[in-house]
Design a protein around this ligand. Structure first.
Ligand SMILES: [Zn+2]
Ligand SMILES: [Zn+2]
Length: 226
């Protein structure tokens, strides 16, 4: 028997090798966070958060990707795929099938949590490989939005967001390099200014050497307390 997901590791029993089981569990834990982070890609032209001036227009929002983001965040997207698998696992094991009620976030968090609880069953299940492949495809689709051009399941390359724009009380700008990360909150490693995903496009507008967006407040902002 060979692992049905990586199709390289020999197995004594079951369908997923330990590494693929870990990867599948990792994706189950990451997908809800990714679903939340994708919201930042849904609001091209919206205002940045107040601490970045609020007036910096997200002129560089990747418009063609918005449909993909909508698809991923819709009921049939990440949420539906996880719920379908949760139902299939529960059906196979004779467990109750939960009703699909409440907000999409609520449904997603539940389905992901219930699948996590079944990870040892999934590793032995004949459909474990297919489940693992579908989760991998979802993560890849999110990554393709966030980092266009990245290949299947590559570890994410750090995407340079820009230089930290927080200034100290003397007006000296921090200037530390910031890198995108969809798996944890982005924060300046030097001054600890937080940069949530919905600030990244605004951050780009505030980079040194870029034409400043209209608005008297930009450039006069107080440093953001960490
Ligand atoms: Zn494997
Ligand atoms: Zn900083």
């Amino acid at each position: 028997m060979i692992c049905t997901l990586c199709t390289t590791t020999q197995l004594e029993h079951g369908t997923l090798c330990p590494a693929c089981t870990r990867d599948t569990l990792d994706r189950l834990q990451r997908l809800p966070r990714m679903w939340l982070s994708l919201e930042a890609w849904l609001t091209p032209g919206s205002n940045g958060p107040a601490q970045y001036g609020g007036r910096a227009r997200m002129a560089e929002a990747p418009m063609p990707l918005v449909q993909e983001v909508l698809d991923l965040r819709a009921a049939g997207g990440i949420v539906g795929v996880l719920e379908d698998w949760r139902d299939a696992v529960h059906h196979t094991r004779g467990l109750p099938i939960p009703a699909r009620v409440g907000s999409l976030w609520h449904r997603l968090a539940h389905a992901a949590g219930e699948l996590e609880e079944q990870i040892y069953f999934i590793a032995l299940w004949e459909q474990g490989g297919e489940l693992g492949r579908e989760l991998r495809r979802l993560v890849d689709r999110v990554r393709a939005v966030v980092q266009p051009g990245r290949a299947l399941d590559e570890p994410p390359a750090p995407t340079f967001l820009g230089y930290c724009v927080a200034a100290d009380p003397d007006g000296i700008v921090c200037g530390t390099k910031l890198f995108a990360d969809m798996t944890r909150p982005v924060q300046c490693t030097w001054c600890l200014c937080p940069y949530p995903p919905d600030s990244w496009l605004a951050l780009r507008q505030l980079q040194p050497g870029r034409p400043q967006p209209a608005g008297p407040e930009v450039g006069e902002r107080e440093p953001t307390a960490a």
